[in-house]
Ligand binder design. Structure first.
Ligand SMILES: *[C@@H]1O[C@H](CO)[C@@H](O)[C@H](O)[C@H]1NC(C)=O
Ligand SMILES: *[C@@H]1O[C@H](CO)[C@@H](O)[C@H](O)[C@H]1NC(C)=O
Ligand SMILES: *[C@@H]1O[C@H](CO)[C@@H](O)[C@H](O)[C@H]1NC(C)=O
Ligand SMILES: *[C@@H]1O[C@H](CO)[C@@H](O)[C@H](O)[C@H]1NC(C)=O
Ligand SMILES: *[C@@H]1O[C@H](CO)[C@@H](O)[C@H](O)[C@H]1NC(C)=O
Ligand SMILES: CC(=O)N[C@H]1CO[C@H](CO)[C@@H](O)[C@@H]1O
Length: 506
């Protein structure tokens, strides 16, 4: 993998943007072709390099779905292992679907996942590693009691909508709990099961959480969060259902009553499918808790994309950030300092391989003389970004980056900001991401540009552009397929298309 790294810090002052950038070349990674991280070749310009991608097919391989197995010590470089449940390939011939692992007492991993029985019904099965001393846990054995959760005429579970068990958690009564995604009619739901021994499971009379018209909940996760927002991760047990109807990953925050074994969403978090993790192409993610670094790590699926999806407005109450291991790919920081970008111009970031970049920047705004007033009727950031794009000039916006851009800007993926002034010294900051089909997506970023600046991190990897606005409060992942901006023909520009200059305070 060849890796070029850019560290950009954009500072808006006197109508100029100062650039600081770093630049690294990874010679030792140039020829590292592995199953997942192979170098994009002539016929595969869109193959990602530091985002895991399989050699061929969907990661959700439909032939039938299997549990492939790759291992990594840094979440960036992955080594392929044999298919995790190869030995059981016959039993799983009609497909092995999503599931989760729980670490049982004695450091014993237990894997719960969905498979199809001979009648093509969705059932849950349990497997344990055959050899706990094998660091890669290559071989797994099924328990004889499988399937351990299944639809019956009595339990009234829809056999075509019963899948993706969560990691289990134990309450003071000594019993394990696990959720399985499902739906009744159009009401998406998380079915609750309890067990003393992890093998025999009994369905609770109530569901943990469900609501009308949310569709099938795929890949739910249920986990505790630190109410003070201090800890990055908390060990197992709030819920994040995935909505199959819209292919968006959403979340809710609330309280879990341990005595009643019941979940109650907080005000503003009830029956709401617009609280998204990521406003782009991102679905069926799963989380795990990293006990060593005390972080919760989220791995999502950025499906190939060429179609348009609806987005919705919500301030980010959930913060996501690239794993710090990505920073290890950076070498020899190069800072491009004090590059001047006057209003209405752009500047190329020189000397980088623009197909593979990690950009970190911050716009600091100190004077807001020409800033536009925000109108109360602008409630739809999508519509607003779409109508204005990068071409309509505001007082001091738009400004941002043109990623995966061709030399003469016939094509590019823009990530940019628009800043408005509201009453009482408040600001509205809009982060916009136009698509190749000219539709633009936007979200309001919950930052005060005067005090905090406008931080933006963008990870570019051939056909993936991940934007983290407001230090991870707004995230947008997309798959883009430039036809001109490939290989050495890709460029990265910083632009400031605002009309007037911006002044810094002394
Ligand atoms: C797979 O599906 C076929 C066709 O429905 C069925 O005959 C077969 O028994 C299934 N195999 C298993 C192992 O479930
Ligand atoms: C069961 O789920 C399937 C798949 O989503 C759906 O087509 C079917 O209508 C559901 N059946 C009932 C009775 O809700
Ligand atoms: C949320 O949805 C559930 C189930 O669909 C329903 O019982 C409840 O009344 C709804 N609550 C609100 C506030 O809409
Ligand atoms: C949920 O859907 C059912 C059936 O469509 C409807 O009767 C009920 O009023 C809905 N509940 C809420 C809270 O919207
Ligand atoms: C994945 O992408 C393909 C091709 O664009 C599309 O047909 C499919 O519906 C997508 N699946 C999901 C889950 O978004
Ligand atoms: C830059 C970026 O990531 N833009 C994406 C934001 O989300 C929409 C919706 O999926 C994508 O189409 C954009 O490409």
């Amino acid at each position: 993998m060849s890796m070029i790294l850019l560290f950009v810090s954009l500072l808006l002052s006197h109508g100029v943007i100062e650039l600081h950038a770093s630049h690294h070349v990874y010679n030792h990674l140039q020829n590292a072709v592995t199953f997942s991280n192979s170098l994009p070749s002539d016929d595969q310009p869109y193959r990602t390099a530091y985002h895991f991608q399989s050699l061929k097919n969907w990661i959700n391989v439909w032939a039938p779905p299997i549990w492939a197995h790759s291992t990594s010590t840094d979440l960036v470089n992955w080594t392929p292992q044999p298919i995790a449940i190869q030995a059981q390939i016959e039993a799983n011939i009609n497909g092995s679907w999503s599931g989760s692992t729980t670490i049982l007492p004695g450091n014993k991993p237990a894997m719960l996942f969905t498979r199809l029985n001979p009648k093509y019904e969705q059932v849950q099965v349990l497997a344990f590693p055959k050899d706990l001393s094998d660091p890669y846990l290559k071989e797994w054995a099924f328990v004889a009691q499988n399937p351990i959760m299944y639809p019956t005429p009595e339990n009234n579970i829809n056999a075509s909508s019963f899948r993706d068990p969560t990691t289990a958690w134990m309450l003071p009564d000594g019993k394990w709990r696990v959720l399985v995604g499902s739906k009744t009619g159009t009401t998406g739901t998380s079915l609750l099961f309890r067990s003393k021994d992890f093998v025999n499971w009994i369905q609770a009379k109530h569901t943990l959480y469900s609501y009308n018209d949310s569709g099938m909940w795929e890949c739910p996760d249920f986990l505790p969060v630190d109410a003070n927002g201090k800890a990055i991760g908390v060990e197992t047990s709030a819920i994040g259902p995935k909505l199959d109807d819209t292919k968006h990953d959403i979340y809710t925050i609330g309280s879990y009553d341990v005595k009643k074994d019941a979940y109650m969403p907080d005000v503003g978090f009830m029956n709401d499918s617009s609280l998204r993790y990521d406003y782009g192409k991102y679905y069926a993610s799963k989380m795990f808790f990293d006990d060593v670094t005390k972080r919760r790590i989220l791995l999502g699926w950025a499906n190939e994309s060429s179609s348009v999806e609806d987005d919705s407005k919500k301030d980010g109450l959930l913060i996501q950030w690239p794993v710090c291991e990505i920073k290890a790919l950076r070498e020899k920081p190069v800072k491009i300092s004090t590059k001047v970008i006057r209003g209405g111009s752009l500047v190329e970031i020189p000397g980088i391989t623009a197909t593979q970049v990690d950009v970190e920047m911050s716009f600091a705004i100190h004077h807001l003389r020409n800033i536009e007033k925000f109108e109360a009727s602008w409630t739809d950031p999508q519509l607003f970004c779409s109508q204005k794009g990068t071409s309509v000039k505001g007082g001091l916006d738009p400004f941002g980056l043109l990623t995966l851009a061709s030399k003469n800007l016939e094509e590019y993926t823009a990530v940019f900001f628009r800043v408005f002034k509201a009453n009482h010294n408040k600001f509205f900051v809009l982060m916009c991401n136009p698509t190749p089909d000219k539709t633009t997506y936007g979200t309001f970023v919950d930052v005060n540009p005067i005090h905090e600046g406008l931080p933006l991190r963008v990870l570019i990897d051939h056909s993936v552009v991940e934007s983290f606005g407001g230090k991870g409060k707004n995230v947008n992942t997309s798959r883009v397929y430039p036809t001109l901006a490939k290989y050495d023909n890709a460029h990265l520009f910083a632009f400031n298309y605002g009309m007037s200059s911006i002044k810094t305070l002394p």
